[in-house]
Structures are given as C-alpha cells and as structure tokens.
Design a protein around this ligand. Sequence first.
Ligand SMILES: [Zn+2]
Length: 371
Amino acid sequence: MSVKIQLNDRSVGRSRGVVFGLAALALALTPGCHFFHRNEAKAAVVTKSTQTAAMLPIDLTKVQPNEAGTVPILMYHQIKGDKINEAKLEYPPKMFEQDLEWLYAHDYRPVSLTQFVQGKIDCPAGMSPVILTFDDGLKSQYNLTSDGKIDPNCAVGILEDFHAKHADWPLRGTFFVLTDEDPKNPPPFYQKEYAQGKMEHLVQDGFDIGNHTVHHWVGMKHFPDAKVVSEIAGGVAGIHKYLPDYNVNTIALPYGVFPHNRKLLVSGSSGGTSYQNICALSAAWRPVASPMSEKFTPMYLERITAGDKFHESKWWFDDLEKNKGEKFVSDGDPNTYTISQMMAGGLDKVKLAKAHFHFRAYNGTQIASSK
Ligand SMILES: [Zn+2]
C-alpha cells in the first residue's frame, strides 16, 4: 500500500513543521492498517503567496453575502446513548447525524477553527460557516472496533460517512483532547494501542487537534500563574507525544473557566515546552462575531452546547433561521469581505487592511464601494 498525503488549503497558515511532520507520518504508516484508508492523495509543496489574490467577481442577484454576520461554534462531548443525558454529557449518534443533515440542508459548511480565527473563511458563495468541536478526547468520539475499523457510531465514523455521502461537506473539526501527559490519565480516545494511529489519522484527514490542558481541573480561575502555564504547556507536551511537529495553537478551557490572568493563555513556557495560542474557547453560549468584526474576541470565543434546551444548539439553529440577517453568509472569496451597505460599521476596516483582505459593500444588487 502506498500512502501519500494530500496537502490542501487547510495546510496554509500552519507551520512548515507540520508539513514535514505529515510527510514523516506518511512514511511511518504501516501497510495493512485498516483505518488509514485515504491513500490516493499526493504530496504537494505548499508555498505561501505574499500577494493577496485578486478579488473574485460576485453575482449579487444570486448571493447576498453578510460577512459581518455571526458564526456558531458547536461543542460536543460523548457521542453515545439513545437520548440526551446532560449529566453524562451524552449526545446520541443519531442526533449528531441529524445535526449534520440539518446544517447541510440549511447551507452551512464546516470551516477549520484556525483558519476562521485568521479570517480565512473558504465556504462556497451563499454558504454559512459552522465550526465543530469535540472535547475531552473520548472513546465515543473516535472508537475502533475489535477488527481495527472505525466504529460507524462514533463521531469520526459519522463524520467520515457524512463526507462520503456529501463531497461538499469537508472533514473539519477540532478535537480538544486530554492526553496521558500525566501517566495516571488515559491516552487520547482511550484505546492505548490505537492512540498514536488515531491522532495521526485525524490530522491526515483534515481535522485539528486542540489543547484542553493536562488535568481538566475546574479551579483555573484561582490558580497561581505558574500552575496555569504548566497546565497549558503540559497540554501541548501531551499532544506532542503523538504529533511531535504539530502546531498546537488553540485551547478550550475545561468547564469554560478562564484563568484570572488571561494573558497567560496567549503564550508561555513551562517544563521545556512553550506555547502560543491564536484563540481560547469557552463552553457556552451563543454564536461568535465575524473574525473581521470589532466585536471579535479570539481569546474568548463562546461555544454552543449540543442540546435542545434554551441557548443550546437546536435553539440557536431555530434562532438563526428566524433572524437570517444575523447569520454570516459567505461571498465565496476567502480573500475578500463583502457586506451590505446597511451593515456599514459592521467590520473593522483597519483589521481588514492589516490582514490584507479586500473589502466591498453593496447596495441591492450593485457594488457600492470596494475600499
Ligand atoms: Zn472538557
């Protein structure tokens, strides 16, 4: 079996290290592994252009983008059981599948969290971005059956199956894993013999891995600085045990509890591991602002709990349909931000210019300005 790696647009913005890491990973994959089934891709050289691509034309009679709109970041834990069990953080596989169906039918497409934070939203024109996140590195998120195949009822199995049925639903999502950095803890996704392969496979497939600290302690708010930094750096070290070159640059705070000194989330170093985060995620409760909005706060991004209660995912799905004007709708051009003139002031022009994005506003079906 020859194993090659496809490096597509998801690689842009990551460190070159991960590119070499992936190449090394490809060499390390052994023939006969049932779950490394994506073997037809080809290695490519990633070059990052220093020039922003030209603005793509848009047909405003077909698409009315709103790139100042809000974006849901969904949060899942256990994917198991027959009904929602909040105490056990269980969400049934059937309902997870239905969420994907609903999102797909309502023109959402998943985007990578890291690309989103950097403003690079690559949804097709007229589609709305959604971000999927999975916390705690649970077995029900990624389980292999006794014959080494992906359990079709775990989150990864459901996502891969959905992608196979809907080619325009890319495999994207962030797994905020717990690791055995503290040897008393289980490895990510629990099955020790498969932990290494699972971590490699997720990255190879296009998913992201994020930091969820070492111990999942609840008391982060009151920890001294050194303990906060050690929990964050340790989370990175735990991931690097499996993916040595992986650029871990996102964190989800256990229970959504932030340290008193939030600057510690941005960068730090402890026990020989340093970290730099481009975003930090909370655990509740509403869609977040456009990344180019003045209201965007990457170091405190709210998430939406999967569920059917007030301010949980099903409630927000309904709300976003009722208030369509609030929803982010893509212009199909990742290098350009397009908004209705009615939304003037909805985006931060200085930030747009600094990040080298084009900007245009429209009035009805006419471009009103492109400065
Ligand atoms: Zn957690």
